[in-house]
Design a protein around this ligand. Sequence first.
Ligand code: ARG
Length: 458
Amino acid sequence: MSHIRGRFNKAADDKVAAYTASLAFDRRLYRHDIAGSIAHTHMLARQGIISEREAEVITAGLASIREEIEHGTFEFKPAQEDIHMAIEARLLEKVGEVGGKLHTARSRNDQVALDLRLFTREAIDDAVIRIRRFQEALLDVAESNKDAVLPGYTHLQPAQPVLLAHHLLAYFEMLQRDVDRFDDCLRRTDVLPLGSGALAGVAYNIDRDFVAKELGFRQVSRNSLDAVADRDFVLDYESAAAVCMMHLSRLAEEIILWSSVEFGYIELDDAYATGSSIMPQKKNPDVAELARGKAGRVYGRLIALLTTMKGLPLAYNRDLQEDKEGLFDAVDTLSATLEVMTGMVSTMKIKVENMRRAVARGYLLATDLADYLVRKGASFRSAHEAVAKLVSYAADKGKSLEEISLGEYQKFSALFGKDVSGITVASSLAARNVAGGTAPARVAQALKTARQLLAECR
Ligand code: ARG
């Protein structure tokens, strides 16, 4: 606060200064702040609001401050309220009086909105890149295990056989929509707020389009009050991140189940599992558990900002400073989660044989048997009932469906013939030859399509 005490006769109380300060966390915006200030300075000179010479001094000063920060020689003084003030104060120290011209035709309100939009734009790009890498990892696993079959579940009860690749492609689709949500979020974030001043616009002949171009913004905000007061682009990011974390959390949950002794479908690489301090036999899926746990944390960030904003009158209110830590944390959490999950998925061992055994164990061909009876003329309901009785008979005997003789089959329906032996896991998969189904031919096509989608976005 030091250099703009203006109408105040005394410095803020220490506790007040500490309570209101954001420097400890918004220093993360230094790069964005300096980039915004440099673009603003260029514009001021172009418009004749300051001289070319003054602009050179200011931009050189800003560039050297950026270097100081990057080399760790910049002194972050607790007396400075936020990164904007800290940089401006340092500029005055370095270049003297002329540094005071930087803030012409600008307010911290449009400045901070700008910085945060620049930051969010980058965060969106980063999220998309990481999601793409994760999708690629899923495709790699799917392609190297093209024939692996596992039970598909509903209600977590074994339901019908599906290809592992089909299962993994389901996540590919979810992530594809996540990318879509981030793209959408980018469209709305990519708007220049600078030029809105404190709230009403500025009384100088500025060129907002020029600044937008310098900073690569596609649009200029249309309303100054809105531009300094809203943070819906942060909410957009956080909600896209929350949905993506939800998807990651579901996969994490499956990985946790699959790596259990009871399922045994996968084994996590040692680098992605932890041991127990007391039980020597344990190999715990902590990474997946934390990914699942951290989804709640990202939801919390979204709800926190929604709540912070709901009662704010136009335009800027200091409450908005609460936007940053939540956003930073959501960005860091999503990015780290994508990173570790990519590694975990790429290194896990797929236990194809265990998956196959689980398929055989679960009477997963029951639907196919019912369909068989329907093709022989039974109504679906009576076929369903006959097969239900057959399955419970087999279960009582501790037999699989392959171990049941034709004679036994025929006790439940006279329509069963010798060709019932043609009903196998392979025939079950192949029969689901509809768009979006798990038939191997469809899945092979889906894998190709998925690869193409990834290649196109490069
Ligand atoms: N640190 C503030 C924030 O994060 C910057 C804007 C302050 N503007 C103001 N008029 N106090 O929102």
